[in-house]
Design a protein around this ligand. Sequence first.
Ligand SMILES: Cc1cc2nc3c(=O)[nH]c(=O)nc-3n(C[C@H](O)[C@H](O)[C@H](O)COP(=O)(O)O)c2cc1C
Length: 401
Amino acid sequence: MANSTDHDLDCLTIDELEKIAAERMDKQTRDYYNEGADSGSTLKENMSAYQKYRIRPRVLRDISAIDTSVNIFGYNNSVPLGVAPTAMQCLAHDDGEAATARACKKMGVVMGLSSFSTTSLEDVQSALGGHPGVLQLYLFEEREKSRKLIQRAKKAGYKAVFLTVDTPVLGRRNLEIRNQFKLPKHLKAANFNRDEDDDEEDSTKANAAEADQAGKTDGPKRTPPKGPITFHTHAPNPTLCWERDIAWLKEQCYPEMQVWVKGIATSEDALLACHHGVDGIVVSNHGGRQLNGALATIDALPEVAEAVRSQSKKIPVHVDGGIRHGTDVFKALALGADFVWVGRPVLWGLAYKGQEGVELCLKLLSDEIRLCMGLSGVTKVEDIGKEYLVKIDRSGFVARL
Ligand SMILES: Cc1cc2nc3c(=O)[nH]c(=O)nc-3n(C[C@H](O)[C@H](O)[C@H](O)COP(=O)(O)O)c2cc1C
């Protein structure tokens, strides 16, 4: 029997973590973290699409030694999973991104930091203490502001930038609009509007601007954002394009940092990403927060993985969205992902118990990955392939992949 001291008996699954966390967050934070765009159907399908697959377990294979680790950025990550970049973590817990960073280090898991973090990228890097981190980037129309951020990330020691490419405009999030979402006064977008960046900007103005802009959509005649950098004004950039922006970004980041694109959903764009020489792809729909009606990421993954496999230079393919159990991770890997990223469950862990809660979240998922591998007869991550899955259709018919 499992030793109960190894467990938090109040929280044995990510589903339970979601419920506990919901009780601990105020309404504005809960809605902001948990909602998807429009009706939320893509958010839901990101999760439910995993149910189309079942595992074909193999037996009598001596699984007494299971290695769940994988190499990422030259580092031995304890499981094929990282913490996805999610904005404004101090809403969940006072220790915010620093707590997430310490938990990642302790659990041996790479951390993605949002540009719109409520802790500066330098402070997060000190909390990581040499442990690998990547910086998610929104490329601003005001290039100089992005250039400064990239230089700071390089100096701090981030391994890569993940350029978010699914936000040419912001998705419509109705709860955010109804709640008139704004950062509480004591919090700020910590990477921007510092005195050393720009004398005329200060964080007070930034907070005020965030409040003014929250939930508003641009009219038909869009003007480029000016003034203090806020999520609602600066994260969306409708001018982004393959030809100009990837080359610019590589110039800025190389050789110290890799350049990845986050938010690919089709084989066509995967091929373009390869063509433009990015270092990796994250199949993502922003956790269902952007284009509602877009396909679930696990449904987009096979065509992306196949397109990348067809290239002479193979780059890593990662996926995020809707991963709530170790078996989801196993299925994603079997469908061609090299690695997965997890967003909301980490925020729930943070809301539950700060650093300890994030560790709990990562432990639950790590234990489930190990268990799933063992019960499926796999001892190494690289051996997880499509022969371990079947697809089940609406009428219950099962087909090998
Ligand atoms: C509250 C919240 C904030 C997010 N902020 C960012 C962000 O700043 N930049 C970004 O590229 N993605 C952001 N994401 C998307 C995540 O990186 C990731 O794609 C998504 O959360 C994965 O889905 P999951 O939450 O179902 O695991 C955010 C997601 C959530 C839930």
